[in-house]
Design a protein around this ligand. Structure first.
Ligand SMILES: *Cc1c(COP(=O)(O)O)cnc(C)c1O
Length: 230
């Protein structure tokens, strides 16, 4: 795991240099879904401070075991799980609809927390046409980003942090992430505080960093292949 982490950090660093960016402009978020909390602890022991989960059921079990870490929620979120996610995570990367904003806000107020919210943007327009069905990775449509941003910015207990996306199957990651960058720039012109771009996973972190990613979400690069779906 130490070797994997070292290699991942080196990939990030090289990508930053190649993009003319400073290495500390990019934060590594370790995605630990499907792996046991012992692996989370091992990563923490190696200096990882940001960890993410994509399911509420896993988050609520692991996060209390490692309360010193910053927990990110990166998965599809049902409104009825908002309270639990807010209790355990301080960043939610997957805000994708207006109805979720109300649920998150209510939960944050009840938990007396401020939750940093990233808008998950659909890059489906950049995916392969034949992947359009069944391959939707979710997210708000490009034309609805600013409306959703306004709702988050106005909501009690929430702060607007920026955008998140997953490059769709069959897409050219450079094209998809360039599109995300445009959305991020437009968002920032209205909400200067919303500077995070959460983009890039094990397979495409270099492309994401070329296009301004501030947070890369790495699972397999650190922990190897997942044996069940996550
Ligand atoms: C699983 C997951 C990741 C990590 O993907 P890897 O390919 O294992 O690096 C990143 N983001 C989200 C939203 C995920 O669900």
């Amino acid at each position: 795991m130490a070797a994997n982490l070292g290699q991942a950090r080196e990939r990030i660093q090289k990508a930053c240099v190649a993009a003319g960016r400073g290495p500390d402009e990019v934060t590594l978020v370790a995605i630990t879904k499907t792996f046991p909390v012992s692996d989370v602890r091992a990563l923490a022991g190696l200096g990882v401070v940001d960890v993410g989960e994509n399911r509420e059921q896993e988050l609520k079990v692991k996060a209390p075991e490692c309360p010193e870490l910053t927990w990110h929620f990166v998965g599809q979120l049902q409104s009825n799980k908002a309270r639990s996610v807010v209790r355990h995570a301080s960043v939610v990367h997957s805000v994708d609809r207006l109805s979720l904003v109300g649920a998150l806000s209510k939960a944050a107020v009840a938990e007396q927390k401020t939750v940093r919210c990233l808008l998950q943007v659909s890059l489906a327009a950049y995916g392969a046409a034949d992947a359009a069905t069944g391959a939707d990775r979710g997210g708000v449509g490009l034309s609805d980003v600013l409306e959703l941003a306004g709702a988050v910015a106005a909501a009690d207990g929430l702060e607007l942090g920026g955008v998140m996306a997953v490059a769709p199957l069959g897409s050219e990651p450079d094209e998809a992430f360039a599109g995300l960058r445009e959305v991020a720039d437009r968002l920032r012109s209205e909400h200067p505080e919303a500077g995070w771009i959460s983009a890039g996973m094990t397979g495409d972190l270099e492309a994401a960093i070329r296009h301004g990613a501030t947070h890369v979400r790495l699972g397999r690069a650190l922990l190897g292949t997942r044996t069940h779906l996550g």
